[in-house]
Write a protein that binds this ligand. Structure first.
Ligand code: GLU
Length: 506
């Protein structure tokens, strides 16, 4: 068997949807599993949909996820260029070959003529007439026109497109690696444009030519491409490459969490989660769509979550390192049906990964979010805090939410949970505690706690009576790690200050 070669072939039209990242991931895992090559090919032949910056953004997303291609526009490779717009001239000979062999034809119809056809040929039993075997002879093309006229039109530089001539009543069969045997009736498929009036190929021609020239062995793409498969199968055949056609797998959609249908950017906005890998700012509107990276996901967690969204290893295991995924992944275990996206589950993965990430790494990840609050902190100090609160953090910005009181004095205290049971006895206890703290010079986690415990007896209180008040004094609310850890980290003066702040309010 020839060396496995797979490709991710995005069109640079905007942000990278998590479904796109999952396609990258499955390609990558498959390539690594089989010791093959993973190629990034930029399909930018549709000039109307091209968006500045989208290619670089895709490259950055792949890098963030650790899914770096072996060949790409940036890296080059034996089949360069990897950007289809730079391969423009290469496609013409294949279009010509298809015309010469009678499998494609020139079509000169203007936009108005196409519209007129759609209007005039509309019937109750055919509400959406296509350019196909039933209509093509009513149109202006090299099949319907006199050859002499065709030559004249071509000689005069009249704009044309090249269309595939879909045969009538042919059943095409192919085996999808996920879906099994699939058949198509060619009569239902229109004569797709292969080469556009601007000389650029469409996706249909370019994908076949490039998959052939780049020696792609397996092509994984979204299931929305399934209806195009008959066109591609015929092109492989007509171009004489039938035996080189890659094995296809059409990947299931990622579905919205509620209801049916594909998860869209709008669902994310509506339900408050990102659908793009990283923040994406559309240069045309300046509108920014949020991404998993900026929301505080670790790339490893994001990738693990995506792996499980449509694939399962056949066991209960959910957490996988990249090496394990490479080892266990098989395309046959990808589900046929769509997978519902579950943001809570995504967060669960991230929480798990935070727990398994070492404190020094987490410190570097959390630091920008802490500094963004105007706080200066040494790595050493921050790392101690990170160790104390990581089990409470699901997303990286949580290191601020769960730890702000280590850096700044709380301004607001929610005293409602302690107000009712507050009494003079407790007040006396806290007053004597801070007095005793004032007298000591040494400070660590044990010392304030020893003084605290000692004074409980003297004041006839139980620890449970005063721990919550202490927490609210130090933190401002009912959360955070152990109170004496907090006291240790913020220091004596600050501990005393915070106790006094609340005593004066009670
Ligand atoms: N350019 C296509 C897309 O953006 C690629 C589909 C394929 O992988 O063949 O979806």
């Amino acid at each position: 068997m020839s060396k496995v070669r797979v490709r991710f072939a995005p069109s640079p039209t905007g942000g990278l949807h998590l479904g796109g990242v999952r396609t990258v991931l499955y390609n990558y895992l498959f390539a690594r599993h089989h010791g093959g090559d993973f190629i990034l090919r930029i399909e930018d032949t549709d000039q109307n949909r091209y968006v500045e910056g989208a290619e670089q953004y895709i490259v950055d997303c792949l890098q963030w996820c650790g899914l770096t291609p072996d060949e790409s526009p940036q890296k080059g490779g034996p089949h360069a260029p990897y950007r289809q717009s730079e391969r423009k001239n290469l496609y013409h000979q294949y279009a010509k070959q298809l015309i010469d062999s009678g499998h494609a034809y020139y079509a000169f119809d203007t936009t108005e003529e196409l519209e007129k056809m759609r209007h005039d040929l509309k019937r109750p039993d055919n509400t959406n007439p296509q350019y196909d075997h039933t209509t093509r002879m009513h149109m202006r093309n090299s099949l319907s026109l006199d050859p002499h006229d065709v030559n004249e039109l071509l000689a005069n530089g009249i704009p044309y497109v090249v269309r595939i001539k879909m045969p009538e009543n042919v059943t095409l069969l192919f085996t999808d690696m996920i879906r099994g045997e699939i058949s198509f009736d060619t009569s239902l498929v229109d004569d797709k444009v292969l080469l556009k009036a601007d000389g650029m190929p469409t996706y249909h021609l370019a994908v076949v030519v490039d998959d052939y020239l780049m020696k792609i062995t397996h092509a994984f793409r979204g299931e929305e491409w399934l209806p195009s498969a008959p066109v591609h199968i015929l092109l492989w055949e007509y171009l004489g490459w039938k035996h080189h056609m890659p094995q296809w797998a059409h990947l299931p959609l990622i579905l919205k969490p509620d209801g049916n249908g594909k998860l869209s950017k709008r669902d994310g906005d509506r339900l408050g989660f990102p659908v793009f890998a990283m923040n994406w700012t559309d240069p045309r509107t300046n509108e920014t769509t949020s991404g998993f990276r900026e929301m505080g996901f670790l790339p490893q967690a994001f990738v693990n979550m995506l792996a499980m969204l449509g694939w399962n290893p056949g066991t209960e295991q959910e957490l996988f390192s990249m090496d394990e995924l490479i080892h266990k992944f098989s395309i046959e275990r990808v589900h046929k049906g769509g997978a519902k996206f579950d943001f809570e589950k995504a967060k669960w993965f991230n929480h798990q990964y935070i727990q398994h990430t070492d404190d020094a790494t987490l410190t570097q990840l959390a630091k920008p979010y802490i500094e963004a609050q105007g706080v200066k902190v040494s790595d050493d100090h921050l790392q101690k805090i990170v160790a104390l609160i990581k089990d409470r953090c699901t997303l990286i910005p949580d290191f601020w939410q769960q730890g702000h009181f280590f850096f700044t004095t709380p301004q607001n205290f929610d005293i409602s949970p302690i107000k009712e049971k507050w009494n003079d006895q407790k007040k006396a206890f806290f007053t004597s505690w801070i007095n005793s703290l004032n007298e000591i010079t040494e400070w660590n986690q044990e010392i304030p706690e020893q003084h605290f415990n000692k004074l409980l007896e003297t004041n006839g209180l139980k620890k449970g009576d005063v721990l919550l008040p202490l927490r609210i004094m130090l933190v401002g609310g009912k959360y955070g790690p152990g109170v004496f850890h907090i006291a240790d980290m913020i220091g004596k003066q600050e501990t005393i200050l915070r106790v006094n702040n609340v005593l004066s309010q009670l």
